[in-house]
Design a protein around this ligand. Structure first.
Ligand SMILES: *[C@@H]1O[C@H](CO)[C@@H](O)[C@H](O)[C@H]1NC(C)=O
Ligand SMILES: *[C@@H]1O[C@H](CO)[C@@H](O)[C@H](O)[C@H]1NC(C)=O
Ligand SMILES: *[C@@H]1O[C@H](CO)[C@@H](O)[C@H](O)[C@H]1NC(C)=O
Length: 624
């Protein structure tokens, strides 16, 4: 509907109406228009079956923009103060023609009819599992952060803006749930990022789940509303950089950030490496699609800082888990890991290189100087009775360094660390390093093995293995295994060893299961998926299917899937917890779905995933 304007013609033939006549006409017109607008606003049923999805963009734009939903915020973050002015000019996105980077995916041959039938049946099973979860979320926890999968209630955990809703947008699109997708987009358009009932938000989680989720869904669908919402949220998150060093805060208080008399915030004296270094992809993608340099500048400053610090840490090349962002000190912590609190900052080095079309060499440098140190200091081969199998496996542990390099190594593996197989394989392909691709395969194999060895078929959250002294030769030594088990159990006798093995159901070579839960995490299937796309080896599909079936068996609840309390129990399967984080639908089920999809669906040569499994479009290179 166009607004009606009575426009006098330019030349003199126009006969003006009387004033009263005009007023009356205006009043009647205005009243009529208001009534029509009200009817339209309140009574138009949103009938998705009538929607032509091919030409949907115009429809959504009419519907949402016309009603002002998109600008419907209680606070406009563009007007928020930014006290700690950015010094100097803004770092622009690198310019130039994207470089032709090495091919990442295997050139898959045509599959046979029976291969296709099997693959498609598995793919359908994953889609069904997603649909079951989604329907329950929609029915019982709509617009809330999480569905509680046993009680069927909703739960707010990440700002209360609908974490599962936003995190699942691209999965809906990829799985072809178009009707559900547009219904979700409509709900996202109503989110008010101007306030949060939780007061403060995690900058990292909000960035990877919400901002990443909307940017990816925008890249896939072209749905303009999602870009508008991403900008609204990006403007809010940008305030996290208003600190004395312009390093991002870990948690942002929304109300404090709105205060005009604020002095900005002090940067955190203690922030984990993951929280400071893994905002790069999302802010870069936001800058690419909006052409707004401040979003890129904000993270480029962090990267500069990492670049300068990289060879000054206790283990040059690696970054400690905790960092002083107030003094920009990188030497106050001696704990080095690829697991929780560090993981995604390393993960983003090669991925940023790809996202920027190879035009920013600092990410190549950050990868090339960290990856060999990870290999040298953190990776270990496990000692196993089956030495041949052991030779094909690697895990990644933790190092407590003393200045000077020597330190205490802790062979603890976390489920979170399972991303590392995909990390090395992707880095190996991008930077033409076959050794790294081989490391990626062994690290992925390590996670597959840990899944296989648990009675439930699912890997625990954290466990310890006995590390080999040499990766080349590592004979089984039962005495050594016993020693490690006893040390971890603070015990001494052979009987206590037997008890520990029985009680923890320790397979030979495992010395301790520190956390027996499985939290519906994606990292193992993520690496299996990447290895499959890179090598084309069919056995990854078999492993993926075994993992999927085991996860379903252990985690299925009345409404969806819940966190598994004890992966060492399988008979009977114990009741899962009443908890399902948004990464179940955003990541875990997406990677399961993609490995059973044709390999050109979200090809790694066209897309790069953020750490929440949200694919961003890579710049078109001149590669032929
Ligand atoms: C900006 O420059 C001023 C003057 O050199 C300095 O005092 C201030 O700390 C700098 N701010 C940041 C965020 O680097
Ligand atoms: C770190 O690297 C910079 C430049 O790459 C170099 O100038 C400096 O000497 C290095 N510092 C150490 C401690 O190796
Ligand atoms: C097996 O391990 C024990 C304990 O670490 C050690 O004393 C012993 O020498 C090892 N045996 C062999 C054959 O290496």
């Amino acid at each position: 509907m166009r607004p009606v304007k009575i426009k006098p013609p330019r030349n003199g033939s126009y006969q003006p109406m009387g004033l009263r006549q005009r007023r009356n006409l205006k009043r009647i017109g205005f009243a009529l228009l208001s009534i029509i607008a009200l009817i339209y606003y309140f009574y138009t049923p949103f009938d998705y079956s009538a929607v032509d999805f091919e030409s949907h963009e115009a429809y959504m734009n009419d519907r949402l923009h016309a009603k002002g939903f998109v600008s419907q915020q209680s606070y406009d973050w563009r007007t928020a103060p930014f006290f700690n002015k950015i010094n100097g000019s803004l770092t622009p996105l690198p310019t130039g023609v994207p470089r032709s980077l090495p091919r990442i995916q295997y050139e898959f041959p045509e599959e046979t009819a029976s291969q296709k039938a099997l693959r498609e049946s598995r793919r359908a099973a994953v889609r069904k599992a997603f649909q079951r979860t989604w329907n329950s979320y929609r029915k019982h926890a709509w617009k809330m952060d999480e569905l509680m999968p046993i009680s069927g209630k909703g739960l707010d955990t990440f700002g209360g803006w609908g974490a599962t809703l936003v995190d699942s947008l691209d999965t809906l699109w990829i799985m072809g749930f178009k009707k559900e997708f547009y219904e979700a987009v409509d709900a996202v358009a109503h989110i008010d990022f101007g306030k949060s009932e939780s007061g403060t938000i995690s900058v990292f989680e909000t960035t990877i789940r919400y901002l990443g989720g909307m940017l990816s869904a925008y890249d896939l669908s072209g749905e303009k509303v999602l870009l508008d919402k991403a900008i609204q949220l990006g403007e809010l998150l940008y305030r996290a950089f208003d600190t004395n060093t312009n390093m991002p805060q870990d948690r942002l208080s929304l109300e404090a950030a709105k205060k005009v008399d604020s002095q900005g915030a002090a940067a955190d004296g203690n922030i984990c490496f993951a929280a400071i270094g893994s905002l790069t992809m999302e802010f870069t993608r936001l800058a690419q699609v909006t052409k707004e340099p401040k979003f890129y500048d904000a993270v480029a400053r962090v990267t500069n800082f990492l670049d300068r610090a990289q060879n000054k840490t206790d283990i040059p090349g690696l970054f400690p888990t905790w960092i002083n962002a107030f003094t920009l000190d990188f030497t106050s912590d001696e704990y080095f890991t690829m697991g929780a609190m560090a993981d995604s900052s390393y993960e983003y080095f090669p991925k940023m290189y790809a996202l920027l079309g190879g035009l920013e060499p600092v990410y190549e440098k950050l990868y090339k100087e960290s990856a060999p140190m990870i290999d040298k200091y953190l990776l270990f081969r496990p000692m196993l009775p089956d030495t041949e199998r052991g030779e094909d496996l690697l895990y990644s542990g933790d190092l407590f360094a003393n200045a000077g390099g020597t330190g205490r190594f802790d062979p603890e593996m976390q489920h979170l660390t399972c991303f590392i197989g995909g990390f090395f394989a992707l880095g190996g392909r991008l930077f033409k390093n076959e050794h790294h691709v081989a490391l990626g395969a062994k690290l992925t194999e390590g996670c597959i093995y840990a899944y296989e060895k648990m009675p439930s078929g699912v890997m625990p959250e954290k466990f310890h293995m006995v590390p080999c002294e040499s990766r080349n030769k590592c004979p089984w030594n039962a005495t050594k295994w016993e020693e490690h088990v006893l040390r971890k159990s603070y015990a001494e006798t052979h009987e206590e060893f037997l008890d520990a093995v029985k009680e923890q159901k320790l397979p030979p070579g495992f010395s301790h299961i520190k956390d027996r839960r499985y939290l519906l995490r994606p990292e193992a299937i993520e690496s299996v998926f990447i290895m499959y796309r890179i090598t084309g080896h069919q056995e990854y599909m078999e492993h993926a299917w075994n993992m999927f079936e085991a996860v379903q068996r252990a985690s299925m609840t009345k409404f969806a899937n819940g966190q598994v309390l004890d992966v060492t129990e399988a008979d009977p399967v114990p009741l899962p917890e009443d908890k399902m984080e948004s990464f179940w639908t955003a990541e875990t089920l997406k990677y399961f779905y993609l490995i059973f999809s044709p390999p050109d669906m979200i090809s790694l040569d066209d897309w790069v995933f953020n750490t929440e499994a949200h694919p961003f479009r890579r710049p078109k290179s001149t590669r032929t």
